[in-house]
Design a protein around this ligand. Structure first.
Ligand code: NAD
Length: 334
């Protein structure tokens, strides 16, 4: 552990062992912060750059009090029980998802309040938008003010909605300055790419990288469901800008470049240079269409993500195929 000097700006990242948290720690370190990371585990893909990393369970109040033992200039609460469609939409993990994530948010936010910490960032998700506004794949409505009457299509989305309200209630009643973002499908290197919790971009890269030339990859659904995907660096940029702004949110942090899932698959196939077919099979899906609506973020922050999907997918594909080769070589050597 590196001790901080009084002049250092300090940040706490809850969920620092995860995908976005790992990238966020790197960015905060590059900005000169003293950073404490907290998670159940270390990140499996990259060594942490945090000055101090506490391994423990944020569902435990005593642990939360121990890691929030001083005022931090910035707190980022990203820890959640989450995964891709194969984890969130099967129904098998609903009780855990709701109980674990809500408990983490209740504990972390209250501990921040008791330490008189003002600025807390909370990562909600586009999964909280009503299902009935996302039935038309060509015209999904994800404007921030379309959230109510609420009707998310998963318990994951309901928990996010509850926690958004919790953070904003602490602003109203306890004079805090929490900031709430609704992330839309974040992807990039150093994220989960196998094991069941991976999301569509990473799963697609893995399937394509592992498929023999001339073969086929399986894609869930009819492939016409639409989504947008945001590269992790732009997600971090939006996160920092929001936390340091006067706008409490909730606000979308996502890309407006909407593609069908089959188009995403075709993009990855093209990046690989392989000749592969697509086999659409039944699978857990989520809503029919979803795209970020960036009017509010542009208005309030004067900024919105702009990087083309193909650029981020190229970096991600190269990283995942490298990881697959590395695993393969390790297996051969042992
Ligand atoms: P992730 O699963 O990689 O990271 C979450 C981290 O939280 C994990 O490392 C996990 O170990 C940790 N965690 C879970 N339970 C914990 C507990 N009880 N105590 C301590 N740590 C615990 O997920 P991510 O993709 O980095 O997402 C970060 C946040 O952004 C999450 O809140 C997620 O819901 C939200 N979000 C992500 C996306 C996306 O596309 N990645 C989209 C919308 C919202």
């Amino acid at each position: 552990m590196t001790h901080f000097k009084m002049k250092d700006k300090t940040a706490l990242v809850c969920g620092a062992g995860g995908f976005i948290g790992g990238h966020l720690v790197k960015r905060l370190k590059a900005e000169g912060f003293w950073v404490r990371g907290v998670d159940l585990k270390f990140n499996e893909h990259a060594e942490t750059e945090a000055d101090d990393f506490a391994i423990g369970d944020l569902r435990e109040q005593s642990f939360v009090r121990a890691v929030i033992d001083r005022p931090f200039d910035e707190v980022y609460q990203l820890a959640a029980d989450m995964g891709g469609a194969g984890y969130i939409f099967t129904g098998e993990n609903d009780a855990d998802i709701m109980h674990n994530s809500a408990t983490i948010n209740l504990n972390v936010l209250d501990a921040c309040h008791k330490r008189n910490i003002k600025r807390v960032f909370y990562s909600s998700s586009a999964c909280m938008y009503p299902e009935h506004n996302q039935l038309d794949p060509d015209n999904p409505n994800c404007a921030e003010d379309s959230a109510y009457p609420a009707n998310p299509d998963s318990e994951y989305g309901w928990e996010k909605l509850f926690s958004e309200r919790l953070y904003l209630a602490y602003n109203r009643n306890h004079g805090m300055q929490c900031r709430v973002a609704r992330y839309h499908n974040i992807f990039g290197p150093e994220g989960t790419w196998d094991g069941g919790k991976e999301k569509a971009p990473a799963a697609m890269c893995r399937k394509v990288a592992m498929a023999p030339d001339g073969g086929q990859i399986e894609v869930w659904g009819d492939g016409k469901q639409t989504r947008s995907f945001l590269y992790v660096d732009e997600c971090i940029e939006g996160t920092l800008r929001l936390l340091r702004s006067d706008f409490e949110g909730p606000v979308n942090i996502g890309s407006e470049e909407m593609v069908t899932i089959n188009e995403l698959a075709e993009l990855v196939i093209a990046l690989s240079g392989k000749d592969l077919g697509i086999n659409n099979i039944p699978g857990p899906l989520g809503v029919r269409g979803r795209n970020s609506d960036n009017r509010l973020i542009r208005e309030k922050l004067g900024w919105a993500p702009e990087q083309p999907l193909a650029d981020g997918m190229k970096t991600t594909y190269n990283w995942i195929s490298g990881e697959i080769d590395r695993k393969h070589n390790l297996r051969k050597a042992s």
